[in-house]
Design a binder for this molecule. Structure first.
Ligand SMILES: [Zn+2]
Length: 206
């Protein structure tokens, strides 16, 4: 099943490491068996980036499932104790955590970081399924309990296929490939539905 030469899940460069999809740090310690990985180059390995930590923190902060509770009491709390990075940022803007609904960022908290990290997950899931990089971009659709928005209404009405996930307490995912466009529905910590939808490049690259 493995190809002779494994290449980066985003850019196709030779593999220098592997990337967890979703990031390993989003799984509490007791939920880290058999996590999904894809081959990665050095540039596209974002496992330890501050963006990954930041977004993971917000996802865990916005949920109350067993998986996120363990993160709160374990790794995240230690990080919070050690340095006031993402935690201070989030807690000063708690009311806006779950706001927002599309790729241009109606999320009040630095939407660029959400979009960057979740787009990387889109590339990762696509490569995990197809073993080639997705050549387009991604639309990230975040939940907004007060206003589902047109994208959420459209996407929630599609037929979704549940995919294998190593740990439902922390992560579940579904796919839909209508008309050749990859779409993923993600659920973190049993609660939070996010959508990632492929977007064809406006100008063909070849
Ligand atoms: Zn790469």
């Amino acid at each position: 099943m493995k190809k002779a030469v494994e290449t980066c899940y985003v850019c196709g460069a030779p593999k220098t490491s592997k990337e967890h999809v979703p990031p390993k740090s989003w799984f509490a310690k007791s939920y880290r068996q058999n996590l999904m990985t894809v081959p990665s180059c050095a540039i596209h390995n974002e496992s330890n980036s501050s963006d990954v930590e930041y977004v993971g923190f917000i996802l865990a902060a916005a949920t109350t499932g067993k998986g996120s509770n363990e993160l709160w009491s374990g790794a995240i709390k230690r990080n919070v104790d050690r340095r006031r990075g993402p935690f201070a940022t989030v807690m000063s803007q708690t009311t806006t955590v779950q706001v927002g609904r599309d790729e241009t960022g109606e999320v009040s908290i630095t939407p660029q970081r959400f979009v960057k990290v979740l787009a990387a997950i889109g590339y990762g899931l696509y490569y995990y399924q197809k073993e080639v990089p997705w050549k387009g971009r991604w639309r990230i659709v975040l939940p907004d309990p007060d206003d589902p928005g047109a994208h959420v209404q459209r996407l929630s009405g599609l037929v979704w296929i549940e995919e294998d996930s190593p740990n439902h307490e922390c992560f579940q995912w579904w796919s839909n490939n209508d008309q050749g466009t990859p779409r993923y529905k993600l659920k973190f910590y049993g609660e939070l539905d996010l959508y990632i939808e492929g977007r064809i490049p406006e100008v063909p690259s070849e």
